[in-house]
Design a protein around this ligand. Structure first.
Ligand code: KG4
Ligand code: ZN
Length: 353
């Protein structure tokens, strides 16, 4: 009898992170290595794509090796390789997909291309070894909120989801990052802005919050960024603003980002009465203010709220990519494709294979 191979190797390199993970079954993380070139970009206010890709080229093999070693996995324990095929920075994506193609060829195992957003949507299923968990229940309202996207999904299964709302301009993470730059904080702005906001009164300044009756379920963040710009200009520039006032500004700005997300979740729940769970995924799901507000909403509506179990599964990681592939495999969808296109702008509609 042939032994069922237990593991999927996941590879994710769509932005400045290089990550490899070993996943057992559909959801259990045996190892997850995330190498980030964030330090290089802290003072620059954003990622320089060529520099990120060069660093990824240097570290991808050691990262894969480390993930295999940490899980004590050999190549013949792997049943497939799952890799992010887009969207993202093309050079960065190509480092991941080229590596995955070579390894799949060498080890003679299937290669599974995964849409980055489907990876994030799957991150609420991830568990660590030894944890007992309850499986999420569809239909799920999922808010995928990161530096590149802010989308609301109505999910009926792993392969069946409808995009019911999205940002018409900046993503919520981008609003954090751009606001942070204006406040003189390092990249990525989300964690830095959250830390500054911790000491401030969030009601001190009223920033614009487009409500769902104006935008439907779509969101907009460009007006918020502009009003922060004018606020700082009218105060005589950042240097003229004392630290306590900066804290109030950060707290109010963060509250405005969160209020719009909660408003759309609430509107979506009114429109889709059969929803059983609310999931929040992507880098911004690490934000404490968002988690508190979403927990209050879930309690009010008597729904289950899920966020990734560990903060490291909120931001980009390879475990969620392997999980998306494993869950699709579990639903008996044909997803393995040795030939596929790596694409910087992979439409959201192509999310399921
Ligand atoms: O999912 P992710 O790692 O990459 C993309 O796919 O974009 O998300 C990165 C984004 C950045 O905009 C970052 O500022 C934001 O997530 N982020 C946060 C927090 N941690 C990361 N935003 C707010 N609060 C946080 N604690
Ligand atoms: Zn992401």
């Amino acid at each position: 009898m042939t032994r069922q191979r237990p593991y999927i190797l996941g590879i994710e390199s769509s932005c400045d992170e290089t990550s490899a993970a070993i996943l057992e079954g559909t959801c259990t993380v045996r190892s997850c290595i995330i190498s980030s070139s964030r330090k290089d970009f802290e003072r620059m206010g954003g990622v320089i794509p060529e520099r990120a890709a060069r660093e990824q080229l240097r570290c991808i093999i050691p990262v894969v090796q480390q993930a295999m070693n940490d899980a004590s996995a050999a190549s013949n324990d792997l049943r497939a390789i799952a890799v992010t095929c887009g969207p993202g920075l093309l050079g960065s994506l190509l480092v991941g997909t080229a590596t995955a193609r070579v390894l799949a060829e060498l080890w003679n195992i299937p290669l599974i291309p995964v849409h980055h957003t489907l990876g994030h949507l799957s991150s609420t299923w991830l568990t660590e070894h030894g944890e007992t968990t309850v499986e999420p229940q569809f239909p799920i309202l999922a808010l995928s909120v990161s530096g590149g996207h802010t989308d609301l999904w109505l999910r009926r299964s792993h392969g069946e989801q409808t995009l019911i709302g999205r940002t018409i301009d900046d993503a919520a993470g981008e609003a954090f990052d751009k606001g942070a730059v204006q406040l003189g904080l390092p990249y990525p702005g989300g964690p830095a802005l959250e830390a500054l906001a911790a000491g401030g009164d969030k009601q001190a300044i009223s920033f614009p919050i487009p409500r769902s009756n104006e935008q439907g379920l779509h969101l907009s963040y460009s007006g918020l960024k502009t009003s922060l710009k004018y606020l700082i200009r009218d105060a005589g520039g950042l240097e003229a603003i004392p630290q306590e006032q900066r804290q109030r500004i950060a707290a109010s700005y963060q509250a405005a980002i969160v209020a719009q997300l909660i408003d759309r979740l609430e509107a979506a729940l009114r429109m889709h009465a059969d929803i059983r769970e609310v999931h929040i995924v992507g880098g911004v799901s690490a934000n404490g203010e968002l988690r508190r507000a979403a927990a209050d909403l879930a309690e009010k509506k008597q729904l289950i709220l899920r966020v990734p179990k560990s903060l490291r599964y909120c931001t980009d990681n390879a475990a969620m990519i392997a999980c998306a592939a494993a869950l699709a495999e579990h639903e008996h969808r044909t997803i393995s494709r040795q030939s596929f296109r790596t694409s910087a702008s992979l439409p959201l509609e192509k999310i399921a294979n």
